[in-house]
Every structure is written in structure tokens, then in C-alpha cells.
Write a protein that binds this ligand. Sequence first.
Ligand code: SF4
Ligand code: SF4
Length: 189
Amino acid sequence: MLLNLSTAVRDSAAFVSYVESASGQRISDCYQCGKCTAGCPVSFAMDLMPHQVIRLLQLGFRDEPLNSKTIWLCATCATCTTRCPRNVDLARLMDTLRNVARQEGRTGAGKDVALFNEVFLESVRRYGRAHELGIGLRHNLRTGRLLKDNDLARTWFLRGRLQVRPSKVREVAEIERIFGEIARMEDGE
Ligand code: SF4
Ligand code: SF4
């Protein structure tokens, strides 16, 4: 018997199938353990957590992941990929979603994300790692939304996940040297 699928369901099935073939991942492999999100260094700034992105894909949602800030904030660090007990390469999945969003001209989150990249890199340059509270505060200050993440910050603080004072890695001089090297390369020296 032929199934009479609605256009919406057909479209969403085609989208998920495209994402799977372009990324080489099986979306149904994810069992929502949340380890990807727990290890993601930029999840604190994301509007959808990494495991939520894949859940939305499993449910056939298209616009929500493609319009999210998350796909642009993903730093392709592959921490999620190495932690996944189901071998889902979420970093590649994010990359595929970014490509689709770019092709469709979905760049709404771009301005915010560019600013976020700036404050994120500044933190890495100063401390050798991301200081989440400082990044969040600086980003909110520069976007004029100082109280935006209050509830989230309180929850993270109570769970012991928010470091109030930044700590530096020992090799911070080496980090500074790498940043200098990159700046010289960008200047074409
Ligand atoms: S770590 Fe893997 S299985 Fe767990 S939620 Fe993330 S993608 Fe899914
Ligand atoms: S690859 Fe992206 S989603 Fe995965 S841990 Fe890194 S920043 Fe987070």
C-alpha cells in the first residue's frame, strides 16, 4: 500500500536524508545521552544545545536548527565527536547544517556570532582557555543585554559549573605567540 505522505513530511524526510548523506552520519544513532553537550566548550552561549540539535533533526524539524545561533557558534573542536558513545560525528553534522544555512542565505545570527567570536578569542588569548562568565558578560554588555543570561548563569553557578575567577594555563606566553603568528600570516608577512 502506498503511503500518502504530506508535503511537509516528505520535505522534512528529504532534508534529514540529505543531512545524513552529506555528513556521513546516521541521525537515528543518537540516543540523547547528552555527553556532547556536557563537553561542548561553547554550549553556554548556544540557543540550542548540541544534543537538542540532533533531537530536532530526529523529529524532522528543519527551520529550528538552521536558524539557530548554535550552528554558527560551533567551533568544530570535535569534543562532542570524541565523547559520543554512539560514534556520531556531531562536528560534521554541524558543518553540514552551516553549509545548508549558508546556501539558503540564513545568516540572521551572523552579527551576534561575529561579536561572540571576538570576545571568545580574547578570552583564549588572555587566559589560554575560555572563561565562560567573562565571555558571557562582555558579550551581553556589548550587545546591550546585560541581564540576558541571568537565570542560566544562576543555574550553572549552583551546579558548580560556573567559574567566577578566570584561571590561566601555564603556557599562556605560547598562546600569545600563536596569536601573533596568526596575525602576521593574516597581514601577509
Ligand atoms: S553524545 Fe552522541 S548519543 Fe549522546 S546525545 Fe550527543 S550525539 Fe547523541
Ligand atoms: S564541535 Fe561544536 S558542538 Fe561539538 S563540542 Fe565543539 S563546539 Fe561544541
